[in-house]
Design a protein around this ligand. Sequence first.
Ligand SMILES: Cc1cc2nc3c(=O)[nH]c(=O)nc-3n(C[C@H](O)[C@H](O)[C@H](O)COP(=O)(O)OP(=O)(O)OC[C@H]3O[C@@H](n4cnc5c(N)ncnc54)[C@H](O)[C@@H]3O)c2cc1C
Length: 222
Amino acid sequence: MKNQVTIKSIEHATHDVLHIVVEKPEGMDFEPGQATEIFLDKLGWENEGRPFTFTCLPEDHYLEFMIKTYPSHKGVTNELLSLKAGDHLIVNDVFGAIAYKEEGTFIAGGAGITPFISIFRNLKKQGKLGSNKLIFSNKTKGDIILEKEFREMLGSNFINILSDETIEGVAHGRVTEDFLKTCGLAYDKSFYICGPPPMMEAVEKMLANLNVKKEQFVEEVF
Ligand SMILES: Cc1cc2nc3c(=O)[nH]c(=O)nc-3n(C[C@H](O)[C@H](O)[C@H](O)COP(=O)(O)OP(=O)(O)OC[C@H]3O[C@@H](n4cnc5c(N)ncnc54)[C@H](O)[C@@H]3O)c2cc1C
């Protein structure tokens, strides 16, 4: 069901990611990792819904999103760049494939981190972060969403890898089998994977080579 909501705040979380907080429609409920479809409240954009993930907790009295913007697509995320607090958006029903099952390894590429934000915040609140590991692949350090919060939550279980920037103490390059082997992963546990299609395909192949079974994958393509 579509609901019009007012934007409470809208600001940059990174150079190209917007942190948007909106009103929560009454009765709306979701599980950490789930998403909704967002529409602009603007003539001509009525049929242009785009999927975005809740990054807040289900019990919060607002909805929060982290949205990577693509001005060159001239689509919805480009339009979001010109919105301000007090403007409206339209949110639709809740859906999503990623849900927490058990301790394991989370692998995210860029905005693919978003389902894991709510999952990790929820685990932290419950004191259940345990030995979960997060591998987060980005182009540069400036692209890392919520770096400080993840570092504080996960310590050395937060592993960054940067493809386009070399920084001492941070892995450089793309996620490879050799890189995964250095991360001390539990190959018999769940692997939560979210990112763009080429990254997902590559990581699935690597994990299959490392004897991880398809049933251990919990994934969503962005
Ligand atoms: C379940 C799910 C949850 C998601 N959650 C989030 C989230 O929380 N945060 C987040 O940041 N993202 C998330 N995404 C990804 C997000 O939905 C897309 O980034 C978003 O739909 C892009 O919308 P857009 O209108 O700006 O651009 P698009 O819909 O990608 O593009 C608009 C038009 O631009 C053109 N175009 C497409 N690609 C290019 C290109 N490379 N160069 C030039 N033109 C192009 C096409 O003609 C297209 O019709 C999620 C995706 C899924 C499936």
